[in-house]
Design a protein around this ligand. Sequence first.
Ligand code: SF4
Length: 374
Amino acid sequence: MSQNVFSLDDTRHKLRRILEKAKQRVPLSRSDVKWILDLSEPDTIEDLFKAARKLREKYFDNRVFLYGFLYFSTYCGNSCEFCLYRKNNSAAVRYRKSLVQIIESSRCLSESGIHLIDLTMGEDPEIFQAGEQGFDRLLQTIRSVKQNTNLPLMLSAGVLPEAVLRELPEAGAIWYACYQETHNRALYQKLRTRQDYDIRINSKRRAKELGLLIEEGLLVGVGESINDITDSIFVMDELKADQVRVMSFVPQKGTPMEHFPPPNSLKELLVIALMRLVFPECLIPASLDVGGHAQLHRKLAAGANVVTSLIPPSQGLAGVAQCDLDIEDGKRTTAGIQSVLKKSGLEPASSQEYHSWLNQRLESSPPVSDQTLF
Ligand code: SF4
């Protein structure tokens, strides 16, 4: 018993030392990061979450940002092992929204008081195989949503050619999201079949150089080790990602990973808290896409400061990981999450507060290209 007590004291002492480093903005070492990821003792984990919330409060007060999610085409030419929407999976619901429908859903999101619209699609062959014409259509879609909502926009549409990335700011997008999901190259090759690791990661580097804000993400529960997650944290740091997200893998019907065991949800929470320690001033989403409304409070309690994947009901729109969870009953709307925000002691930021975070972030990393893009 005395040994246990001694170990617990030791653990607490070590956690305090790491938290103090994070508070002072001293970079955490690889062994610090791995140690946090290996935590299992409930009281110590609670102390970690508490520290993550304190850091969030230091940089964001009690404000959170709300992101609408508009998955406008569920077609994709790729075959990622983990994804419901992989090419040829007949279990996936496929749709391709028209421009009129996209604008209607965008207006609906805008009127609900969100801060940003995340325009998402798979690598839809209708766009990707039509060359310049296809990407012109994509850019036109972004322009139309911008004109109709005047909201900040994020584009999550796979790996885009540099020429298209260059056009994004003018079209109205401020963010480019493209998740690697793992930074272990061997695991990446298994998960993102026949997709080049370097092309994907370099698209984010280039987007950042062109003056876009970037979001990088990882999946937990796909066969990665603690070392791999540690690598992801350091790659995110090297990329200077502005928003960093972690999501738990959810087994998808009709995919090669359909029977892969889902991870313990604690893993995602530990990574959220760790991200807050390493990237205190960055945006860290609590995604409604995994665990929905019921799990939102835990993600916010671990230090997240963005609620993502808000989806308006009655629009025939899907999510990604749990494609219909909580959508039609309105639980994934700004009104639907108010009770969770209140319980978490948080409130939605004003749009001015979101704009001022964006401006400050853009000013701290101006484009390195010869063009002034903003
Ligand atoms: S993860 Fe993205 S690129 Fe991969 S199959 Fe799914 S939609 Fe396509």
